[in-house]
Design a binder for this molecule. Structure first.
Ligand code: DMJ
Length: 612
């Protein structure tokens, strides 16, 4: 006896030959009838075989499995590209050094879960459509090739195309500046306006020698015209001694050296002499601020202290101004500062506090030692003055070598899980595992010292530290470093770099690219170029504004909304893009490191000839 359902079916099929005119329906009914005629055992066997075939099919499909492992099923590319997770596995196969023992799993780019997020974003951009819309402005992802660096692609990126990518980035930044901020200090690319700091065309002056080095002749000619006809320092305005020295005086001096054009020297002399009142203090430690129109100077309103890094990082520029003008007053003023700091008590194994008093000439707020903000370029300028002056000024060398020993003894630690060497901060005897992005100047400076004959272990430390700085980018979801990183030191940490909410911004700073440049020049290890290339792509992906310019961002941990700050710092053109270009260049004579020293704003100044 058949069950009711099968009875019904049989009764329907009995009359089918005459009543069904639709062939598909007929075939369906016919199959179903044959299926029903099979025994239970036969049906089970067929079902089992089908299931087996299905499972085998899934297991042997790499694409599907990769998606499942990555948790991104359904998030595939529409252009048939392999999923990101597979690319990532292959892409660094030949690039990376073998991880040292205990450093398994060196990570290239953000955590997997985040990689898949950024991948879906990349996919959207591949259709040529803008992906991130910030207020009216749009982050422009269409003009630059995909961020993903695959081994095969890397090989195809020619030297010239990398250099051209930097030129293109510069032109894009310059377009924004020209359209919305011409002659002003800084571009605000999102609001298509400008910001003033000193009101002296800061970005334009900072960018002059970059344009010259990149070979952007038309842009340079326009800017030169503005300097010659519009730039005036006869203004009732307070400027910061350090910032205007490194950006304006430094920028004008280096452009004079590169071009031989006396317009730049005359302007350099003008601003240099207008800054001199800052040194008229009881202690000869300069004030932080000068009114370049009135010729008066003062400390900030709330203190009579100056910042140690600021008062000790104007020397390269004023020493050069003395050499060019034949007037020793500039050099004497800045060397007074160095001589006093050389003799001061309060250093810790050569490490200096962050503040110095303009009345007493003594360090204040003692007990905190950092290679980051407020102390950083003190160390950089010790070495670079020694190189600039022909390696004769022994006090400078002595202070530098002692300080580097102090760094090794007091500030270096290893992170977990990767064992990255980082430079922490010492606060009243307690080591804080905090490292500013600013500290990433240090690998480059250490490498420069080693190149100039200082101990070889400086180069080894430089290599370790640049890996750390690179990881500060890699371990972020956008592939861009935060302003400040905290390193995990305890066993079992999942990730080396932690970031506090207040430290998640990126200001387009140059220090890591700067150090990559030095490391590449001296080692010729291609990985440094590749790391730089990756960083450039990420700047293009997350900070480029479609209407022109690049913007600082507030959150390097959120690729979906990096949150623009609406500001392009002048050092992005003065330093970051210049160092990218020099990093990708294979020409050791393009600003030879035996003939030039870069000031702390990336403006090259000549090493003095033997006789001087
Ligand atoms: C620049 O003005 C200089 O490099 C300075 O030494 C530190 N801060 C910025 C870049 O980060």
């Amino acid at each position: 006896m058949l069950p009711p359902s099968e009875r019904d079916f049989v009764s329907v099929t009995l009359g089918e030959s005459g009543s069904y005119t639709n062939g598909k329906q007929w075939r369906r009914q016919s199959c179903w009838r044959k299926w029903k005629q099979l025994s239970r055992l036969q049906r089970s066997l067929i079902l089992f075989t089908l299931m087996l075939l299905l499972v085998c099919g899934i297991v042997t499909s790499p694409t599907l499995m990769a998606h499942w492992r990555d948790g991104t099923l359904g998030d595939n590319t529409d252009d048939g590209k392999q999923p990101f997770v597979l690319d990532l596995k292959n892409e660094y196969k030949f690039i990376l050094p073998e991880p040292p023992s205990g450093k398994k799993g060196f990570r290239r780019r953000g955590p997997p879960v985040l990689q898949s997020r950024s991948q879906s974003k990349t996919n959207a951009s591949e259709g040529g459509k803008p992906v991130v819309s910030w207020r009216e402005a749009v982050i422009d992802q269409g003009q630059v090739s995909d961020t993903d660096i695959k081994e095969a692609e890397i090989q195809e990126i020619t030297l010239e195309s990398r250099l051209e990518a930097v030129r293109e980035a510069f032109r894009h930044a310059w377009k924004g500046y020209k359209d919305f901020a011409w002659g002003h200090d800084e571009l605000k690319p999102i609001s298509k306006s400008y910001g003033e700091w000193f009101g002296l065309g800061l970005t334009l002056i900072d960018a002059l020698d970059t344009m010259w080095i990149l070979g952007l002749k038309d842009e340079f000619a326009e800017a030169r015209e503005w300097v010659a006809t519009e730039l005036s320092f006869d203004k009732n305005v307070d400027v910061n001694l350090f910032e205007s020295t490194i950006r304006i005086l430094g920028g004008l001096l280096s452009t004079y050296h590169l071009t031989g054009d006396s317009v730049f020297l005359e302007k350099a002399k003008d601003i240099g002499s207008r800054l001199m009142p800052a040194f008229n203090t009881a202690s000869k430690i300069p004030y932080s601020d000068v009114n370049i129109g009135k010729g008066t100077a003062h400390s900030p309103q709330w203190t009579s202290d100056s910042t140690v890094a600021e008062v000790t990082s104007v020397q390269l520029e004023f020493r050069e101004l003395s050499r060019l003008t034949g007037d020793p007053k500039y050099k004497l003023a800045v060397m007074d500062v160095m001589n006093q700091v050389h003799k001061l008590d309060g250093k810790n194994d050569g490490l200096v506090p962050m503040f110095i008093n303009t009345n007493s000439g003594q360090f204040t707020h003692q007990g905190i030692y950092t290679l980051g903000a407020r102390a950083d370029s003190y160390y950089e300028y010790l070495l670079k003055q020694w190189i600039q002056g022909g390696k004769k000024e022994n006090d400078l060398l002595e202070d530098y070598l002692q300080a580097m020993e102090g760094v090794k003894k007091n500030l270096l630690r290893k992170s977990n899980p990767l064992g990255l060497t980082f430079v922490g901060e010492l606060s009243h005897g307690h080591l804080s595992p905090k490292m500013d992005h600013l500290v990433c100047f240090l690998p480059g400076t250490l490498a420069l010292g080693a190149h100039h004959g200082l101990p070889a272990d400086h180069m080894e430390l430089a290599k370790e530290l640049i890996e750390t700085c690179y990881q500060m980018y890699v371990q972020m979801e956008t592939g861009l470093s935060p302003e400040i990183a905290h390193f995990n030191m305890h066993e079992g940490s999942k990730q080396d770099v932690e970031v506090k909410i207040a430290d998640r911004h990126n200001l387009l700073r140059p220090e890591t690219v700067e150090s990559l440049f030095y490391l590449y020049r001296f080692t010729k290890d291609k990985k440094y170029q590749l790391w730089g290339w990756e960083i450039l792509q990420n700047f293009n992906k997350y900070t480029r504004v479609s209407t022109g310019g690049y913007t600082s961002i507030n959150n390097v941990r959120d690729p979906a909304y990096p949150n623009p700050r609406d500001k392009m710092e002048s050092f992005f053109l003065g330093e970051t893009l210049k160092y990218f270009y020099l990093l990708f260049s294979e020409d050791p004579d393009l600003i030879s490191l035996d003939k030039y020293v870069f000031n702390t704003e990336a403006h090259p100044l000549p090493v003095w000839p033997e006789a001087e």
